[in-house]
Design a protein around this ligand. Sequence first.
Ligand code: CP3
Length: 343
Amino acid sequence: MTVTDSPFLRACRREPVPHTPVWFMRQAGRSLPEYRKVREGIAMLDSCMRPDLVTEITLQPVRRHGVDAAILFSDIVVPLKAVGVELDIKPGVGPVVDQPIRSRADLNRLRPLEPDDVPYVTEAVGMLTAELGATPLIGFAGAPFTLASYLVEGGPSRHHEHTKAMMYGDPELWAELLDRLADITAAFLTVQIEAGARAVQLFDSWVGALSPADYRRAVLPASAKVLAAVAHHGVPRIHFGVGTGELLGALGEAGADVVGVDWRVPLDEAARRVGPGRALQGNLDPAVLFAPRRAVEEQANRVLQAAAGLEGHVFNLGHGVLPDTDPDALTRLVAYVHERTAR
Ligand code: CP3
């Protein structure tokens, strides 16, 4: 089998598969003791800039769980840091930005991203594609809205109030901010694709905070710009957000090949909302993995049953692996989905 024919890439292209492919958002990370060990004493953002560590951490879940794809170990704020935004990732908190972006003058701190700004990403992706063989590597970036939320709020936020204040109060400034972020994001994805990433995922984690009308008017154009900018490379583009039940139709319109769905909408209903011509990814509730094995299998079956009529299905969680998840439960889930769907 070549990487082009791997079950993951075939499912993204809505082609027949030997079994349903599985990977997990946040499959690399704190759920793995081997991850905690290599990260000891090294700050999150520093670890993202060391190709040897990025390679090791990216490979850990592939070795342990036998997942069908690897996802580059990095973070959505890495390209922002790379263009000079002063920020850090605080353990247990998330990205924190020294000076939030609130005015037109602040926009100048967001210059375009050049490949030379992220040499460690190019190097890590090259090392990884050599090691991974027939297992595809997924590159990723944060979508403009989710990046804007961190930049405008200055850190993680429940209500996104400053972000929305700009969106509603100064639509021109907002559009310019999202447009700059779209260009940075597209450039960051391009670096990963040109270095060997076989698919990309655009994480719009917090976009579920918007109504469909506001999403279509104020956010969709920037996300669509990112997706269109990398279309000619021919690698599948996955588009994911949390709490997007009401937005699935609009997410479909943004142009991705695969739409990621959280656990709140069954995949058959999600397919109706997204519309034809897209594969779906998802959507087991990450908290289900804390239940006994029999219950995990029952819930995984419900996902598989809802996905049975889809043209393309990539099995995943509805959001990232929770840090306290038992890694053996993940390994068992991969084997279970492979077994149940073997054809
Ligand atoms: O395995 C993978 O999925 C690849 C690695 C990955 C990380 N972050 C590593 C990470 C990916 C794809 C991301 C994306 C990311 N980062 C998103 C979108 C995905 C999502 O979960 O919705 C978001 C919103 C962020 C911002 C961010 N970075 C948060 C909210 C946190 C958690 C803070 C905490 O400590 O609870 C981070 C830090 C981060 N990124 C960690 C990891 C493994 C934890 C830091 C650590 O291990 O010390």
